[in-house]
Design a protein. Structure first.
Length: 320
């Protein structure tokens, strides 16, 4: 299984402004010594030695995560603006892929606003499967793509075959579907208007995508409503939008702090925690500071086995 991050910002896109761009170039130029530009090799070495906030920015697109199964099946979680570069890359590098499986955590703008620009949906030879536990999935998606909000509608112009799947539990109450050899489970998480986390398991590999999630004490209890949904995944992609102070200030806004996220990941035996749904008001430097603080906090709490990373566009994680 392979995971690719295409958009990791929350709430709204965060394009770099001209001032920020100039500041960034200035910060880089100030660090250059003569020998750093004396050869191509030195230049590469210099660039790769820059702090991550300067050379590996997390990017400004809103949530979109691709999960590739071992047979190449393409599962996409949320259609924030990150789905636009995904779509462009697929068109140029993998034009043969014709089946797409799009799962939605919920329908807030930042999670659907890239869908009108998903060019594969306008190709009659593709099949797009849309999934959500919300009975209104079809209505919600079609409703935001019509005049006066957008010039073309899903019905008239999106000529790819559309299949809408309302995810429902089976007669035993299991909330899971089988998809091309993998299992996809879903689970309610606390967010205004409700949102859903997804867990994808293929063989021994598993990833959970839990974005737009305000954690509370009850989420840590092993005998809670969560059952085994959060137990021992290889990767947990989690809403860690705020600092603790801000999360307290923004109680009930539907997002979590990175420190409670670290505790949560440890409590459920997560191997790798990917900090996700970055606050758009935070600079890249601040996001990397938050990562440092999250790692420091994990060390202080004595969670030595927890690997913590910041989700950034272009990041790929292979789970064997
Ligand atoms: Zn969001
Ligand atoms: Zn939301």
């Amino acid at each position: 299984m392979k995971i690719r991050i295409w958009g990791a910002r929350g709430s709204h896109p965060h394009p770099i402004t001209p001032d920020q761009f100039r500041e960034r170039v200035k910060s880089i130029v100030q660090r250059v010594r003569e020998e750093d530009i004396s050869s191509n090799e030195n230049r590469e070495r210099f660039l790769n030695s820059l702090p991550d906030w300067l050379w590996n920015p997390p990017g400004g697109n809103t949530p979109c995560v691709e999960v590739r199964l071992s047979d190449g099946s393409c599962l996409i979680f949320d259609a924030g603006t990150g789905i636009i570069p995904l779509s462009q890359r697929m068109r140029s590098q993998e034009p043969g892929i014709q089946d797409f499986h799009l799962f939605f955590s919920h329908f807030h703008y930042d999670h659907i606003q890239g869908l009108p620009f998903f060019s594969q949906a306008y190709n009659p030879s593709t099949s797009i499967h849309f999934y959500s536990p919300e009975p209104d999935v079809e209505y919600n998606l079609k409703d935001h793509m019509q005049h006066p909000f957008f010039p073309v509608t899903m019905e008239e112009k999106m000529t790819g075959k559309q299949h809408f799947h309302v995810l429902r539990s089976d007669h035993r109450g299991n909330r899971a579907i089988e998809l091309n050899g993998a299992k996809v489970e879903w689970h309610d998480i606390n967010h205004p208007g409700n949102a859903y986390a997804y867990r994808i398991t293929e063989g021994d590999a598993s990833v959970i995508i839990a974005t737009d999630y305000e954690l509370s004490d009850s989420d840590f209890a092993k005998q809670s409503r969560h059952g085994t949904f959060f137990a021992n995944p290889d990767v947990l992609i989690l809403d860690t939008m705020y600092t603790l102070g801000e999360a307290i200030e923004k109680f009930n806004w539907g997002h979590s702090s990175f420190s409670i996220g670290v505790d949560f990941a440890h409590a459920w035996g997560v191997k790798t925690l990917l900090m996700f749904h970055h606050e758009p008001q935070y600079s890249d430097k601040r996001l990397y500071n938050n990562l440092r603080h999250a790692r420091w906090y994990a060390e202080r709490q004595n969670y030595p086995d927890l690997d913590i990373r910041l989700a950034q566009e272009g990041m790929e994680i292979d789970i064997p």
